[in-house]
Design a protein around this ligand. Structure first.
Ligand SMILES: [Zn+2]
Ligand SMILES: [Zn+2]
Length: 289
């Protein structure tokens, strides 16, 4: 069902402008309320959730057409959250790299700090990817970049990165990259850190390729499960929920044809990153409410 372009489109766009990233279920709830308020006479005929899902898909599609027509550097993207596998709708900046995007709210030192944090997350100094950075290490990076950082204002800057939707704090007091940032920085992260699938690890390779793309959803993995590998180690990594869906749809053989590994999908109880803190997700999604 395609709504004529109007109030609902404006309201959904305003909502996305304010929140940047929002679980689809929340957006669906907002749209349902709006629709029932605006079209009270007809709303009795529209009460199945699937109807509202169709309306929402149509609204997002029309908004994307408008964004392209007006040559705006934004697009609406729907992605599965790597944290819980549920869909998130995001308003992403499609053109600039992270330095340009951050320049609006941050000075040079803060941008350098964010980039150093990304280096740590994707390319740890011992050549391994950690996919998260602990609070102490993040504070040390800040102190390295500028003497003005004390423990207190370093924590404030970390909180700012969280509030702006760049980083998310986990239950293990670690910071990792949000779904929104992974989506926005997708191309620049691959360019900077390289794809693990094309990695040829040699003795003198001082620049290991550390970005893994989930074979099920084509998005970057920072939280998930590594293929246990067959005879030789394997680069394949899945998001946890994606591994589950992939196994059901395509079987448990590793998608890497030279690997004899079997994909497992059990949740690791002692995941070394930890899960996002509920209240931080809340801050990200509802910061203005
Ligand atoms: Zn995935
Ligand atoms: Zn494998």
């Amino acid at each position: 069902m395609q709504l004529p372009y109007g109030e609902i489109h404006h309201a959904v766009f305003q909502f996305l402008l304010t929140h940047k990233a929002i679980p689809e279920s929340q957006l669906l709830h907002v749209l349902t309320r709006l629709y029932q308020t605006l079209f009270t006479a007809e709303h009795d005929a529209v009460n199945a959730e699937s109807v509202y899902q169709d309306i929402l898909d149509g609204v997002l599609e029309s908004l994307n057409v408008k964004l392209i027509a007006h040559k705006l550097a934004f697009a609406i993207r729907k992605r599965r959250s790597q944290f819980d596998g549920k869909f998130v709708v995001m308003l992403v900046n499609t053109q600039a790299d992270e330095a340009t995007k951050m320049a609006i709210d941050h000075g040079e030192i803060e941008i350098a700090i964010f980039n150093a944090a990304l280096d740590y997350i994707f390319n740890n100094e011992d050549g391994e990817t950690s996919y998260a950075i602990g609070q102490t290490n993040l504070i040390n990076i800040m102190k390295d970049k500028s003497a003005k950082y004390t423990a207190t204002n370093a924590i404030e800057l970390a909180a700012k990165f969280v509030q702006e939707g760049w980083l998310i704090e986990t239950s293990k007091k670690k910071f990792t990259v949000t779904d929104l940032a992974l989506c926005e920085l997708h191309d620049s992260l691959i360019e900077k850190y390289g794809l693990a699938s094309v990695s040829v690890r040699e003795e003198d390779d001082d620049q290991p390729f550390s970005i893994s793309i989930c074979p099920a959803c084509d998005q970057i993995v920072t939280m998930g499960r590594k293929c246990p590998g067959g005879v030789v180690p394997c680069h394949v990594k899945f998001h946890l929920n994606c591994a589950r869906r992939y196994k059901i749809a395509r079987g448990s053989a590793c998608p890497n044809s030279s690997c004899s590994g079997v994909i497992t999908d059990e949740v690791e109880p002692t995941d070394r990153i930890g899960l996002p803190q509920e209240d931080f997700r809340f801050t990200l999604y509802y910061q203005t409410e």
